[in-house]
Design a protein around this ligand. Structure first.
Ligand code: DHB
Length: 531
C-alpha cells in the first residue's frame, strides 16, 4: 500500500456513509439509554455485546479525596474482532460503576475512559484480569515459548507491571481505570498486540501498526454496540503513558482514517467509526522518524551514565531536527510566534519549564522552598516566580537516559527497531540516517517503512488536519524525562492548538518518565469537556 494525501483526505466522509449503511440492519439506537440489563439482541453477530453477562465486583480506590468503595459490573474479557490473530491480546474488559460509597450511580450515559496499559510498545493483555485496573503489560503469554527480547532500551517497560498505571509524585502507581470508576465513569481496558509477539513460524505479528489497529478495532467494537454497551460512545476519552501515550495520541489524531481499513478488515473489526472524543497522553514516545534528531537537539550535550556521546554525530542529528522543525511551520502557544530550533529552548523555558518550577516551588512550605533553593542554586526565585537558563536546566536534569541514536540504533538494538520489524525479521531501521550508519549490514530502508512511519505518527494526521480527530487533548510530561525530547509533546501540543483544538499541556517539575501527579485534575477535565 502506498499512502498518499489524496487517499487520506478523499476517504473520510464517503467511508463513514458506507459504514453507516453497513450498520443499517442493526436494531441499536445510538441515543437509547442502554444497558438496562434487558437488551441482548444480537445485531452484530459475534461482536454483539451482552449487557446481561457481567459479574458484580467491589474495589476500594485511593483517591485525592480519600478511599472510595466502588461496586461495579465487570464485563469480559470480550474479544473485539471476529478474526483475532491472538485473542489473548485482542480483547477488552469493561467496568461500570453502580455505587460509590453506598450511593447509587447511573453510568449508562457516562463518559468512557479508554485506558490502554501499553508500555514499551509491548503487548498488553486483559486475559487474566478479574477486576478493574488489572490489565497486564509486558511480555504476556507468548506462543512458541519465546523468550523476552534482549537489547531493548532500559526504560522500555519490559518489566511487567499491573494495570493502566503511571507513577505519581511519590513513585506510586496511579491506576487510571480504577480512578475512572471511582469518579463514576465507565472504564474500558483494551488489550492489544505488541512488538515482541512471535508465532510458531517465527513471524512477528505485533509489530507496527498492529497495536494501533487493535485499539481502533476496540473503539469500533464499543461504537458498533452503542445503545447496548454502558457509557456514552460519543464521549470516549483515551489514556496511555509513554508508548501507551503515543498510541493514545495516535488514536486521537487518526480517527476514521482510511489508511487503516485494510488492517481492520483483516482482523474482522466491526463496521463503525473509530474516532474518539478526547485523548490523554502522558509522556508520549512518538514522532519516531524524527525523534533521534530531536533527542540530540535536547539532550545532546548531557552525558549518559557512561560518558558523553559522540558529539560530531550528535551535531549531525541535531541538524536534522533544525530542518524538521522548520518544515513543521508551527507557532508556539501563547502567541509565541514561529517555533524554530533556534528559539525552542526559550519557548520551553517560558511555556513549560519555568511555570512548572514556579508551581512546584509555590506549593512548598517556606522552609522546604528555602532548602530546595539552597540545594539547587541555579534556580532563582524572585517575586514568586522561578527562573533559570536552558543550560542550567540541562545541568539540573543530569544524565541523559539514552545513548546515540536514541531510537534507531545503528546495531538495531532498541525496542523501536523491533517495533518496525516485519515477518521473521525482528528489527529494522526506520531512519535514513541510521540505515546509512548501520553496523548490521542494512544500509537502506525497506520500501514499506515510509508508510509504517505514517501509520504510527499522530503528527501526520494533524498535519493533514484530519477532521475526525479528537478535539480535546490532555498532554503531560515530567520535565526530567529524557526518554525522548521535550519537543515531542510540545510539537504535538502546538500543532493541535494551531488547528484550534482544546489543548491542556503542562510539565511536572522534577518528575521523570511515566509521572502522573494530577490524575484528579484529569478526571475533572473529563467531566468538564464531556458536558
Ligand atoms: C517507552 C519508553 C521508551 O524510552 C521508549 O523508547 C519506548 C517506550 C515506555 O516506557 O513505554
Amino acid at each position: 500500500m502506498h499512502i498518499n494525501r489524496r487517499m487520506f483526505l478523499g476517504g473520510t466522509s464517503m467511508t463513514l456513509a458506507a459504514l453507516a449503511a453497513g450498520c443499517a440492519d442493526s436494531t441499536t439506537s445510538p441515543d437509547s439509554p442502554s444497558a438496562s440489563g434487558t437488551t441482548s439482541s444480537a445485531p452484530l453477530g459475534p461482536l454483539a455485546f451482552d449487557a446481561d453477562k457481567y459479574t458484580e465486583k467491589t474495589v476500594t480506590v485511593a483517591t485525592d479525596t480519600g478511599q472510595k468503595e466502588v461496586k461495579y459490573r465487570f464485563y469480559g474479557p470480550l474479544t473485539y474482532v471476529t478474526k483475532p490473530v491472538n485473542a489473548d491480546y485482542q480483547s477488552l474488559v469493561i467496568s461500570v460503576p453502580t455505587s460509590i460509597d453506598g450511593q447509587a450511580v447511573d453510568a449508562s450515559r457516562a463518559p468512557i475512559v479508554f485506558a490502554n496499559a501499553v508500555g514499551g510498545y509491548l503487548p498488553a493483555s486483559v486475559k487474566d484480569a478479574t477486576g478493574v485496573g488489572e490489565a497486564s503489560m509486558g511480555m504476556g503469554a507468548m506462543p512458541g515459548g519465546q523468550t523476552p527480547p534482549s537489547g531493548a532500551p532500559p526504560s522500555s517497560g519490559e518489566v511487567a507491571s499491573g494495570g493502566n498505571a503511571m507513577l505519581d509524585a511519590m513513585g506510586k502507581m496511579v491506576n487510571l481505570a480504577q480512578l475512572a470508576v471511582a469518579a463514576g465513569y465507565v472504564a474500558v481496558e483494551p488489550g492489544c498486540r505488541g512488538r515482541t509477539l512471535v508465532n510458531d513460524a517465527g513471524t512477528y505479528y505485533g509489530t507496527a501498526p498492529a497495536a494501533i489497529v487493535d485499539l481502533k478495532a476496540a473503539v469500533r467494537y464499543l461504537r458498533a454496540n452503542a445503545g447496548h454497551i454502558p457509557g456514552n460512545t460519543d464521549r470516549i476519552i483515551s489514556t496511555g503513558t509513554s508508548a501507551g501515550g503515543a498510541l493514545s495520541a495516535l488514536l486521537g489524531a487518526s480517527g476514521d482514517s482510511p489508511l487503516y481499513h485494510k488492517y481492520l478488515d483483516d482482523i474482522g473489526a466491526a463496521e463503525a467509526s473509530d474516532a474518539i472524543f478526547a485523548s490523554g497522553d502522558w509522556c508520549p514516545i512518538t514522532d519516531l522518524g524524527h525523534a533521534d534528531g530531536a533527542y540530540e537537539w535536547n539532550w545532546g550535550t548531557n552525558p549518559t551514565q557512561t560518558g558523553a556521546v559522540d558529539q560530531a554525530l550528535s551535531q549531525e542529528l541535531r541538524g536534522l531536527f533544525v530542518d524538521y522543525q522548520r518544515s513543521l511551520k508551527l507557532n508556539g502557544l501563547n502567541e509565541f510566534g514561529p517555533l524554530t530550533a533556534e528559539n525552542y529552548a526559550d519557548y520551553l523555558l517560558k511555556t513549560y519549564l519555568q511555570p512548572s518550577a514556579t508551581r512546584y516551588l509555590t506549593a512548598l512550605s517556606d522552609t522546604d522552598r528555602a532548602t530546595y533553593l539552597r540545594d539547587n542554586p541555579t534556580i532563582r526565585w524572585k517575586s514568586g516566580a522561578a527562573t533559570f537558563s536552558w543550560q542550567d536546566f540541562l545541568t539540573h536534569v543530569g544524565n541523559r537516559k539514552k545513548s546515540l541514536p536514541a531510537f534507531d540504533a545503528f546495531d538495531l538494538s532498541t525496542g523501536e527497531n523491533n517495533l518496525f520489524g516485519t515477518g521473521t525479521t525482528k528489527a529494522r531501521h526506520f531512519t535514513d540516517y541510521s540505515a546509512a550508519h548501520s553496523t548490521s549490514g542494512a544500509n537502506r530502508l525497506d520500501a514499506d517503512i515510509a508508510d509504517l512511519l505514517v501509520l504510527m505518527n499522530p503528527m501526520h494526521f494533524i498535519a493533514e488536519r484530519n477532521p475526525q480527530r479528537a478535539k480535546h487533548w490532555w498532554i503531560r510530561l515530567g520535565a526530567k524525562d529524557s526518554d525522548t525530547s521535550l519537543t515531542v509533546s510540545s510539537n504535538l501540543a502546538a500543532s493541535l492548538a494551531g488547528l484550534g483544538d482544546d489543548v491542556n499541556h503542562l510539565m511536572y517539575w522534577d518528575e521523570g518518565h511515566g509521572a502522573n501527579t494530577d490524575a484528579a485534575d484529569f478526571l475533572g477535565w473529563v467531566k468538564k469537556i464531556s458536558g
